[in-house]
Design a protein around this ligand. Structure first.
Ligand SMILES: COc1ccc(C(=O)/C=C\Nc2cc(OC)c(C(=O)O)cc2Cl)cc1
Length: 296
C-alpha cells in the first residue's frame, strides 16, 4: 500500500482519496477515484488503533515493568472488523452494498474498504421536515424487505437498520449498508443478548434489567418499523436525548401517529404490527411480504 500525499489528496494504491462523504463511530467514508477502473468508490476508513481503544484493549498502564497483561479471551477487536469483512465478501444482492476491495497494510493504522459508490447517499436524514410520500416509502420499503430477507436467509442479523444506513443508487433503488454490528447465527434464528445499534431503533425486549436472550430476526423487524415510521413522518416514534428516558418510552409508551401527514389505514396497520412491543406476536418478514400495504 503506497500512501503519497500528492497535490492535496492522498493516493492509496490505485485509489485517489478525496472528500469525506460519511462519518460515524466506525470512522469515515471518503470519495475515492480508482484510476485503473476509472470509477468512483466509497472508501470506508477504519482506524485499527481506535478500534483497539474502543474495546479498552490499550490501557494506560503504570510503568511497573514490561510484563504485558494477557489479553482477555474476548475477541480481539480487529477480529470483529475482519468478521464484518468476511460477511460482506460473501454477500451478493441487489439490495445490499457491494464490498469491492479491502486494503489492509499491517504497517498502516487505517483499514480501507472500497464499496461501490451509491451516488445519492442515504435515503433520508432523520429528523427531517420533508418526509417521503407513502408511495416513495413503499418503493424503498420493498427494497429493504428484499435485502433483509436475503440477509436473514444467509443467517445474518443486521442490528442497525435505519434510514442513514439505507443508501440510494443512481438506479433509484436502496441498498442496506453498515454491517459493523451485524451478527451471524446458526439454525433458524439468532439468540442474542445485550444492546447494539442505534438507541432510538432498538427493540424493547433488549432493554431488560436482567440478562435475557431474544430473537435476532425480530430486532431487525422492529428497526424496520421505526425506519418506516421515519420515512413517512420524518422523525422517530420514540425519542429522548436521555438514554434512560428513551428506553422507558420504547418499553412503555403507546405508539402514536402525528395528525399530519395523514397516512392510509393499511400503512398504520403495518407500522403497528412492526412496532409490536411483544417480539412473540410481532409481524415476521414472510408476513410483511404479503401485507396489503406492501403488495398494494
Ligand atoms: C451524497 O453523496 C454520498 C454518497 C455516498 C455516501 C456513502 O456511501 C456513505 C456511507 N457509505 C457506507 C457506509 C458503511 O458503513 C458505515 C458501509 C458498510 O460498512 O457497509 C458501506 C458504505 Cl458504502 C454518502 C454520501
Amino acid at each position: 500500500v503506497s500512501i503519497t500525499d500528492g497535490e492535496d489528496c492522498v493516493q492509496l494504491n490505485q485509489y485517489k482519496l478525496q472528500n469525506e462523504i460519511g462519518k460515524g463511530s466506525y470512522g469515515v467514508v471518503k470519495l475515492a477515484y480508482n484510476e485503473d477502473a476509472e470509477e468512483y468508490y466509497a472508501m470506508k476508513v477504519v482506524s485499527k488503533k481506535r478500534l483497539m481503544k474502543q474495546c479498552g484493549f490499550i490501557r494506560r498502564r503504570p510503568s511497573q515493568g514490561s510484563q504485558l497483561d494477557p489479553y482477555p479471551q474476548a475477541l480481539l477487536p480487529l477480529d470483529k472488523v475482519y468478521k464484518e469483512i468476511a460477511i460482506l465478501k460473501k454477500l451478493n444482492h441487489h439490495n445490499v452494498v457491494k464490498l469491492v476491495e479491502v486494503l489492509d497494510d499491517p504497517s498502516e493504522d487505517g483499514l480501507h474498504m472500497a464499496f461501490e459508490l451509491m451516488k445519492k447517499g442515504a435515503v433520508m436524514e432523520v429528523p427531517t421536515d420533508t418526509p417521503l410520500t407513502e408511495e416513495r416509502s413503499r418503493f424503498y420499503f420493498r427494497d429493504v424487505v428484499l435485502g433483509l430477507e436475503y440477509l436473514h436467509y444467509h443467517k445474518i442479523i443486521h442490528r442497525d437498520i435505519k434510514p442513514t444506513n439505507l443508501l440510494l443508487g443512481d438506479d433509484g433503488h436502496v441498498k442496506i449498508a453498515d454491517f459493523g454490528v451485524s451478527r451471524e447465527f446458526k439454525g433458524t434464528d439468532a439468540l442474542l443478548s445485550g444492546t447494539a445499534g442505534t438507541p432510538a431503533f432498538m427493540a424493547p425486549e433488549t432493554m431488560t434489567e436482567l440478562e435475557q436472550y431474544f430473537s435476532g430476526k425480530a430486532l431487525d423487524l422492529w428497526a424496520m418499523g421505526v425506519t418506516l415510521y421515519c420515512f413517512v413522518f420524518g422523525k422517530c416514534p420514540f425519542y429522548d436525548e436521555n438514554i434512560i428516558a428513551l428506553h422507558k418510552k420504547i418499553k412503555k409508551d403507546p405508539l402514536v401517529f402525528p395528525e399530519t401527514p395523514t397516512i392510509s389505514n393499511s400503512l398504520k396497520d403495518l407500522i403497528e404490527k412492526l412496532l409490536d412491543k411483544n417480539p412473540e406476536t410481532r409481524i415476521t418478514l414472510p408476513e410483511v411480504k404479503v401485507h396489503p400495504w406492501v403488495t398494494e
